[in-house]
Every structure is written in structure tokens, then in C-alpha cells.
Write a protein that binds this ligand. Structure first.
Ligand code: KIV
Length: 282
């Protein structure tokens, strides 16, 4: 378990003292508890759960209710870790009122410590309103999966000077609107480095290089569970998919060949009760 749940000020101090923040996604109780035991600084209940848990081919179908259920489970699994809830598609774009209400649901129903939402200048009114509502907001720019249609797919962003300048302007506007931190996804390291140096708030990377104040990775990628595709920025530290399939196959093989269950896996009847049962059944 983490020694003490970090606060936004601890995260800010870590940036100021150039101590890296390491965080990971989790969508359920057990992954969250493993993340906490591994000493993660933060956990994101990402809308990537659409792909990693529900098997959708993107994040767009994910609903607010799904995010709340999964965040509740994560909160129970990692009571001592800073948890960020990810606002799903259409939970904040439709209106400022809806954005504040849904951010509030994350806090009231799932007990998260902060919420994250995607987009640059165009979501700054929402960031301002949620922040004015007393909640911590993290911005998310670069590759923003909820608008992958507009971006022309799941593609790296900010690769030209003009696009990079646009991202830096978005980052400044997000900080100005009251965000406590920013996540930058799939952007060249130099661009993320410039954003990091420009902003006073912490800037985290997923696929945006090592110059950021910390790194986020998707738990299903780190553990080698997710098999549909592997982005360039992913490092798999395990191959749990293969290990799990092997375990399931061995289990099947054992049953089919009479090796499971063994005596040690069964319950014993109370002494003398089997004879009585046989009498009753006569
Ligand atoms: O949903 C998520 O896990 C995310 C990451 C891809 C940054 O937002």
C-alpha cells in the first residue's frame, strides 16, 4: 500500500523537485490493489476500459455509468492511492452544466480524487466550471482518443512546428482555466518537453517521451493482457495473456484426463453421515 495518499500539492512538489510520478490505469478491484501494492503514485480509471474490458474498438461507446462502476471498484482496491476518473465521450462536451454534474458524480458516487477530460481550448470553459465547483481537473491533449475520427485515427500529434505550437497554446489555456495537471499523449518528446517547461503545473506523458514530469501506461499493456494492437510507445513487462491461456488449457486438460479435482480439493461428509444417507435413499 502507498505510504500516504498523495495530494495535488505532493504532485506539484514532485514536479518542482524533478521527481518522476509513475501511474497506471486500472478498471477493477484486483488490478487497483496490485497497482497500489506496486507503489503507483496515481491510478487512472481510463475510458480505455472500453477496449481493455468491454472489447469495443474505441472509447466512444463508454458511458458515464460504466466509468462510475469501475471507479468504485478501483477505489475499493486502492483506498490509499490518488485516483483519477476519466470523463467519457459526451459526459462534458454537451454543456458546462452537464460537465460539472458528471464530474460531481465521479466524486460523490466513486470517491475519486480528480477527473480528467480530453481537449484543448474548446474544453476550457468546462475545466473552469468544474474547477470552480471545487474539483481537481486534469487536461489531456495530443492524441485524444474520443476525437480520433477528427484526428484521422489513433495517430501521433504535434509533429509539425505549427501543430506543436497549437498544442503549447492549448496547454497554456488549460493551465489558465484552472487544471491542476496535464496529460500529453502520443506527441514527440521535444514538444512534450517544451510544454513541461512552459507550464507550472505537472505535465505527464503517455507516449510523449521522458522529458515529462511522469509517465502513465495502460495496465493491460504493461501486463501483456491486451492483444488487439500494441501502440509504438508501449513496453510490455509481462505476457499475462499467454500465461492465462496456458493456465486455462492446463485446467481443461486436467479435468478431461481425470487429474482434477483431487481428493484435497473436495469436502468430506460428517463421519457416519454417508451410511445414513444411503439408508434414507433405500
Ligand atoms: O483512457 C485512458 O486510459 C486514457 C489514456 C489513453 C491516456 O485516457
Amino acid at each position: 500500500m502507498a505510504e500516504k495518499k498523495l495530494s495535488r500539492w505532493d504532485l506539484q512538489k514532485m514536479k518542482d523537485s524533478r521527481k518522476k510520478v509513475v501511474w497506471i490505469t486500472a478498471y477493477d478491484y484486483w488490478t487497483a490493489s496490485f497497482a497500489e501494492k506496486a507503489g503507483m503514485d496515481m491510478i487512472l480509471v481510463g475510458d480505455s476500459l472500453g477496449m481493455c474490458v468491454y472489447g469495443y474498438d474505441g472509447t466512444v461507446p463508454v458511458t458515464m455509468d460504466q466509468c462510475i462502476y469501475h471507479s468504485e471498484a478501483v477505489r475499493r482496491g486502492a483506498a490509499g492511492t490518488f485516483v483519477v476518473g476519466d470523463m467519457p465521450f459526451l459526459s462534458y462536451q454537451v454543456s458546462i452544466e452537464k460537465a460539472v454534474e458528471n464530474a460531481g458524480r465521479f466524486h460523490k458516487e466513486a470517491g475519486v480524487d480528480a477527473i480528467k477530460l480530453e481537449g484543448g481550448k474548446r474544453v476550457c470553459p468546462q475545466i473552469r466550471a468544474i474547477s470552480d465547483g471545487g474539483m481537481l481537473v486534469m487536461g489531456h491533449i495530443g492524441l485524444t482518443p474520443q476525437s480520433s475520427g477528427q484526428l484521422g485515427g489513433f495517430k501521433a500529434q504535434g509533429r509539425t512546428a505549427e501543430a506543436a505550437k497549437e498544442l503549447i497554446d492549448d496547454a497554456k489555456a488549460i493551465q489558465e482555466a484552472g487544471a491542476f495537471a496535464l496529460l500529453v499523449e502520443a506527441v514527440p518528446p521535444e514538444v512534450c518537453g517544451k510544454i513541461r517547461d512552459t507550464l507550472a503545473i505537472p505535465v505527464y506523458s503517455i507516449g510523449a517521451g521522458e522529458q515529462a514530469d511522469g509517465q502513465l501506461m495502460i495496465s493491460s499493456d504493461v501486463a501483456g493482457v491486451f492483444q488487439a494492437f500494441t501502440p509504438k510507445f508501449v513496453k510490455k513487462y509481462e505476457n499475462l495473456a499467454e500465461k492465462t491461456i496456458n493456465a486455462f488449457s492446463e485446467y481443461k486438460d486436467d479435468v478431461v484426463n481425470g487429474r482434477f479435482p483431487e481428493d484435497k480439493h473436495t469436502y468430506k461428509m460428517v463421519e457416519g453421515e454417508l451410511d445414513k444417507l444411503n439408508q434414507l435413499l433405500k
